[in-house]
Design a protein around this ligand. Structure first.
Ligand SMILES: [Fe+2]
Ligand SMILES: [Fe+2]
Length: 275
């Protein structure tokens, strides 16, 4: 099975490259299932229901989020009627929306997608490790799910790597989001889980984390905010993580980053050409 995870979309230029490139990637490389983190898609802060639908129309099967999930207030309402939308699973009980759900891929397989948020240098939510464990107890790989994807939205690479090893052999892919900066540590862990500390963003990299660079630089220099953060509008790079799984086990057999367009070095997974 062929999975693609796409990192945090930041603003208009991030949406533009995803909407321009994703339909062709799905068609050309026969992608079975696509997950996109959309937490910064609406002007850098949150995501609207219209943008969720635009990304689904472009080929996304699931939209995950993170600490910016509620920046657009109506997300609290539409999350209940949009099954493709996930918020972090470890919010307190009673918060609207879901943090995990089972979906059908284009090839008919069932895919469990989970979205969790880290707690190191972030809000003190419930424990992400126990939250994910409970979900896997209810829906283990190979029984109810043919593939399992975790978007672990976290700041610290230590917490992300710990989650990778905690889940090794029990999920298809653990991919980090939130830092908006792609890491080069993609690998398949010993028991078969594909791992990447951060997928990077879909946004203009001539920026600070996707935001126009003047204001962030000024804030570091002066410790005073003089204007709002606004997304940089130059050409974005689409950044993601491509994983092929063994149909019998649901574990990874190939894993490479994806980088298309914009300022970063380009990379199309070599194994995409081979099917
Ligand atoms: Fe983000
Ligand atoms: Fe974030």
């Amino acid at each position: 099975m062929r999975l693609l995870f796409v990192g945090d979309i930041v603003g208009r230029s991030g949406r533009a490259i995803v909407e321009e490139k994703l339909p062709g990637l799905i068609e050309k490389y026969r992608l079975d299932f696509v997950v996109i983190n959309g937490e910064n898609a609406a002007g850098g802060f949150g995501i609207t229901e219209t943008i969720v639908q635009d990304l689904i129309d472009a080929g996304a099967d699931v939209i995950t989020t993170g600490n910016h999930v509620w920046d657009q207030r109506d997300a609290m309402v539409y999350c209940e009627r949009q099954p493709a939308f996930l918020r972090p699973i470890n919010f307190p009980s009673g918060v609207p929306g879901k943090g995990a759900n089972l979906y059908h891929a284009r090839n008919g397989a069932s895919v469990l997608v989970m979205n969790a948020m880290g707690r190191v240098y972030m809000d003190a939510l419930d424990c992400p490790f126990h939250a994910v464990e409970r979900e896997l107890d209810a829906c283990p790989l190979g029984d109810f799910a043919d593939a399992i994807i975790l978007d672990f939205h976290a700041e610290a690479t230590s917490e992300k790597q710990a989650m990778g090893y905690f889940l090794d052999g029990r999920v298809s892919m653990v991919v980090g989001t939130h830092t908006h900066t792609p890491t080069a540590d993609h690998r398949i862990l010993p028991a078969g889980t594909a791992y990447l500390s951060d997928a990077g963003m879909c946004g203009d990299y001539d920026s600070v984390l996707g935001m126009d660079k003047e204001e962030p630089v000024q804030r570091f220099l002066r410790k005073v905010s003089s204007s709002r953060f606004t997304p940089a509008l130059g050409e974005a790079t689409l950044c993601g993580f491509a994983v092929d799984t063994d149909d019998r086990t649901g574990l990874a057999i190939a894993a490479e980053p994806v980088r298309i367009g914009g300022q970063l070095s380009q990379h199309i997974p070599t194994f995409w050409e081979n099917r």
